[in-house]
Design a protein around this ligand. Structure first.
Ligand code: TXA
Ligand code: MG
Length: 354
């Protein structure tokens, strides 16, 4: 049940009933102002009490997170919303009823109870009720909401498996709860509802189309990869989800993409470089002999999304010098998948067929 890595206690929480003791231990640590990494349905989070400015500062230190990037506060029941936010617009309740618990984060006006350390000085706060039973049990047991960013070192791909958390944070936090692989595998959708029109700050598994069904109009900033420093969501301007090797996206028809990728593989190999490819299952066979990470079937973008961060970390561990990735339709969860791919590639795109 328990294992130690570099002094960090790794607690098996894959079976909720058996994990009761471990969750109690983790909650006790949170009450003392400590940090706990825990699974959610999106990615692993690194939590501290949302009411403790000091606890929250430890999160920033452990991750090496820029101090102007605010955190998401996780709650386990709807009542808590009114402790955390003020001037709550009526459609908040509609959104919560439809999508909570689940991968939707709502930005609202913050209540005075939320320390400015959580919001990086902003007067707004990001809130979400996660779907994962371990996350919900941990918040309930702790007795307060948890401020938690993704449990990776700042700049690295978000952790979707416990090994990723261990890789980044063992020795830096006291407890990691192991909930196995994260089902969604991409961070939550972030929606700002403080303005006149709802604004999609980060696409995720709650899709734009689903939000439009509930809200009608949703504003989408023109460039969801936010390379621009004037980005509305403070966290989005940073290099994110990025593998160590430089990465490029390849656009075009299936044949154009494949041809371009093979051509670049040849060129790079001649220069003595090791190229890694991120491709769909359908195209896997086209690249025999190359270093390939398969995301999943093209017609199942949720499966590809769930595997993306794992695949990026795999390519890093294989020591590739250069990464090429296929591109996908930006519809449904495909919008979030492409947003993370674009960020990992720092917006660099090569067009096939030229
Ligand atoms: O799925 C998730 O959201 C995961 C799990 C752990 O819940 N968490 C996560 O946290 O991805 P993090 O810190 O990696 O991303 C939080 C995002 C950042 O882009 C941040 O800028 C944005 O939410 N954010 C937080 N507070 C905000 C605010 N008040 N206004 C605008 N954006 C905010
Ligand atoms: Mg993050």
């Amino acid at each position: 049940m328990y294992r130690k890595v570099k002094g960090t206690l790794l607690i098996d929480a894959k079976n909720l009933e058996k994990a009761e003791g471990g969750i109690k231990k983790a909650a006790a640590l949170l009450r003392q102002g400590g940090l706990v990494a825990f699974p959610t349905e999106t990615v692993y989070g690194l939590g501290a009490s949302a009411y403790s400015g000091e606890g929250v500062e430890k999160i920033f230190r452990a991750k090496g997170r820029p101090p102007d990037n605010p955190l998401i506060v996780h709650l386990d029941r709807l009542d808590t919303l009114q402790d955390l936010a003020v001037d709550i617009p009526s459609h908040t309740w509609l959104l919560a009823a439809r999508f909570w618990p689940g991968p939707l984060t709502l930005v609202l006006k913050k209540s005075p109870r939320v320390p400015l350390e959580v919001t990086a000085g902003l007067e707004t706060v990001a809130l979400r009720m996660p779907l994962h039973p371990v996350a919900l049990a941990l918040i309930r047991e702790a007795g307060f909401p948890l401020a938690a960013p993704s449990a990776n070192l700042s700049g690295r791909p978000s952790p979707t498996r416990v090994e990723h958390v261990v890789e980044d944070l063992a020795g830096k936090v006291k407890i990691i709860l192991d909930g196995g692989s994260c089902l969604v595998g991409l961070e939550s959708t972030v929606l700002d509802i403080t303005g006149e029109k709802p604004l999609l700050l980060r696409p995720g598994a709650v899709t734009l189309e689903e939000l439009q069904e509930v809200l009608g109009e949703v504003e989408i900033p023109p460039d969801l990869s936010y390379k621009d420093r004037a980005a509305p969501s403070p966290g989005l301007k940073y290099r994110h989800y990025a593998p160590r090797a430089p990465m490029f996206l390849v656009e075009g028809s299936r044949d154009q993409m494949a041809e371009k990728m093979k051509e670049i593989c040849r060129e790079r190999r001649e220069r003595g470089e090791k190229v890694g490819l991120l491709v769909s299952r359908e195209n896997q066979d086209l690249f025999e002999g190359e270093v390939v990470e398969v995301l999943g079937p093209r017609n199942h973008p949720a499966e590809m999304a769930a595997r993306l961060f794992y695949a990026l970390r795999r390519l890093d561990s294989l020591g590739v010098d250069f990464i090429l990735a296929e591109t996908f339709e930006e519809k449904g969860i495909g919008l979030a998948l492409m947003n993370r791919l674009r960020k990992a590639a720092s917006g660099r795109v090569i067009k096939g067929g030229k």
